[in-house]
Design a protein around this ligand. Structure first.
Ligand SMILES: *Cc1c(COP(=O)(O)O)cnc(C)c1O
Length: 399
């Protein structure tokens, strides 16, 4: 029998810390490994698998489109990308869509659009204010915006003009603003940074400051979008609308895709020759995205995710009540984190996995849960029981 783990260690770049299981098959919230062991998947492909594994909605769209047209290039019109763009515009506060293939690429597009707008209308302003612990991707431009020095430093020098300010401080944004500032780039809830919630009024305060200083407000909804927080977009619950928004992750139910949305007055500054990508807007990804997003909207999945969240949060809070070493449950919708009194998330993740639950150690002292939007009550209950058992085994081992 092939030793897949040994072969991975020999042939694949060792830039990921993988869990020691080989996943082969999935259905809904469940996955099976190469030894036939079943797991509840509360990693959800890092917020990508919004409809779960092997969803017929995703699989049927993918199969049907693959028999029609997979790729043409943007030298031609194709219908799926126009349908998906229309659906996104009709269901958001923004007017136009640019498609690409990943989150980091969506952020690169946002940075270029902001700079292009600054070049045309703000006397060449180009600086972008982002937040400490914010995550925007790994390509050089998106990395410059990412607020974790450890991710950036080995790759310096990075493009100039990015400032990182502490999360939840409007004063810090004001202090970092100068005549060269063109935009504020921020996640409505910090995802990779540890599921960090915005303080009440924080995003509204940023919106007001951006209006006052003629700055663009760019929301990175790559993780928070597509129903993840209980509404289609996280900004809806904050009473704040961005000028530009980046999407990716769940947009096509697992097929690689990214998108930038913007208001018309800004979008019009990107003209032929300014930006593009060969695979972007390809029929395969956009047809699957159209099927996925239509299904999410038609079946009111964001509201279902909000109800599932109430159940999951209640279960996690009861664990918090019983176990003093669980110090916080935070997040919104099905983007949740459980924090511990010490750095034990790696051990908790391993203990949960051995008991049949997959979660992610988003911080040394916190695990993150991002199940599909259609996770069932029974799966939530079972996952909570397993997590509690796993935490007990790590934090309060039986004598
Ligand atoms: C995942 C993520 C990205 C990067 O997306 P990739 O598809 O991995 O490039 C950017 N921003 C946020 C908020 C993310 O969660």
């Amino acid at each position: 029998m092939t030793d897949w783990v040994a072969d991975e260690k020999q042939y694949v770049f060792q830039n990921y810390g993988r869990q020691p299981i080989v996943l082969e098959r999935g259905e809904g919230t469940r996955v099976w490994d190469s030894e036939g062991k079943e797991y509840l998947d509360f990693v959800g492909g890092l917020a990508v698998n919004v409809l779960g594994h092997a969803s017929p909605v995703v699989a049927d769209a993918l199969a049907a489109q693959s028999r029609e047209l997979i790729h043409t290039s943007n030298l031609f019109y194709t219908t799926p990308m126009i349908q998906l763009a229309k659906l996104l515009v009709e269901n958001s506060c923004l007017d136009r869509v640019f498609f690409c293939n990943s989150g980091t690429e969506a952020i690169e597009a946002c940075i270029k659009l902001a700079r292009r707008w600054g070049f045309d209308t703000r006397d060449g302003a180009y600086e972008i204010i982002a937040t400490e612990n914010g995550f925007h991707g790994r390509t050089i431009g998106a990395l410059a915006a990412t607020g974790t020095a450890r991710y950036r430093e080995p790759f310096e020098p990075l493009p100039a003009g990015f400032h990182h300010v502490p999360w939840n401080s409007i004063d810090a944004i004001k202090a970092a603003t100068n005549e060269k500032t063109v935009a504020v780039l921020i996640e409505p809830i910090q995802g990779e940074g540890g599921v960090n919630m915005p303080a009440p009024g924080y995003l509204q305060g940023i919106r007001e400051w951006c209006d006052e200083k003629k700055l663009l407000l760019i929301f990175d909804e790559i993780q928070t979008g597509i129903g993840r927080t209980g509404t289609l977009w996280a900004y809806e619950q904050e009473g704040v609308e961005p000028d530009i928004m980046a999407l990716a992750k769940g947009l096509a139910g697992g097929v690689p895709i990214g998108a930038m949305l913007a208001r018309e007055e800004i979008a019009k500054h990107l003209v032929p020759g300014d930006h593009g990508t060969t695979f972007g807007a390809n029929p395969l990804a956009t047809a699957t995205g159209f099927a996925t997003l239509s299904h999410i909207i038609d079946t009111k999945l964001p509201a279902q995710a909000a109800r599932a969240s109430q159940r999951l949060v209640a279960r996690l809070r009861s664990i918090e009540d019983r176990l003093p070493d669980v110090t916080e449950v935070r997040g919104r919708g099905l983007l949740l984190a459980v924090q511990f009194s010490r750095d034990c998330s790696v051990e908790v993740v391993a203990a949960a996995r051995m008991r049949g639950l997959l979660v992610n150690n988003v911080r040394p002292n916190a695990v993150r849960m991002m199940p599909p939007l259609n996770v069932s009550d029974d799966e939530i209950d079972r996952a909570s029981d397993i997590l509690e058992d796993a935490i007990r085994s790590v934090l309060a081992p039986a004598k």
